[in-house]
Write a protein of this length. Structure first.
Length: 214
């Protein structure tokens, strides 16, 4: 296995495929968090939006990831856009649910205070609303990344000519256990580094204003 990792690293294939997979993860994650955050905030604030969007949200939450990926490839072809869209759609409902609940938990007294002092809406959102939503955003990021790491490999396995998922599929077809473990463990190591160096510090920073439990 170690020999397989070294061999793939020397050829450049390991770093190339890891980079391609991380690129897909980054784009899909940004899309899902941006759209999910906006939709979740809207559903948390506006009852009509919540009533109209809730059935679709329940559908997406319960629709298997494999079905979404296959449908995306059928409708849009075996393209990069279809793969990223399928990954983002699988992440989208969890982001919506988390941000919707965070919006519902906002302190209305702080909104009234901002209105009384005639604070502009953008400053109110930046200094009053966003700090309250930050822990929920961090939670959505953590759960979203945990989901996307899994979904991206399936999307690559089914319809992309590169990436870690594609290489794992090739290793499976060739019964090459060493190659399969080489890519799986390398991918797991990258995930662990990102979780430790980026996600956990961001989560701690978002929740720093909250009182700690004794």
């Amino acid at each position: 296995m170690l020999a397989a990792i070294i061999g793939e690293a020397r050829s450049g294939a390991l770093f190339f495929n890891l980079g391609v997979t991380l690129g897909r993860v980054a784009i899909a994650f940004i899309l899902a968090m941006t759209l999910g955050g906006a939709i979740g905030y809207l559903m948390g604030r506006v009852r009509l939006a919540n009533r109209l969007g809730d059935p679709w949200l329940i559908l997406l939450l319960n629709l298997p990831a494999l079905v979404i990926i296959v449908l995306a490839y059928i409708w849009a072809g075996l393209t990069e856009v279809a793969a990223i869209a399928a990954i983002a759609i699988n992440k989208l409902p969890t982001a919506i649910v988390t941000l919707r609940e965070g919006t519902r938990a906002l302190d209305l007294a702080l909104d009234e205070m901002a209105t009384v002092f005639a604070i502009p809406r953008w400053r109110t959102f930046q200094h009053v609303i966003l700090p309250q939503l930050a822990p929920y955003i961090a939670a959505a990021m953590r759960s979203g990344l945990a989901l996307i790491w899994k979904i991206v490999l399936v999307a690559e396995l089914l319809g992309r000519p590169n990436g870690v998922g594609f290489e794992i599929g090739i290793a499976f077809q060739l019964f090459d256990i060493a190659l399969l473990l080489a890519y799986s463990l390398s991918f797991a190591a990258v995930v662990l580094v990102i979780e430790t160096l980026l996600v956990q510090p961001f989560e701690a920073r978002c929740a720093r204003w909250r009182p700690r439990a004794a």
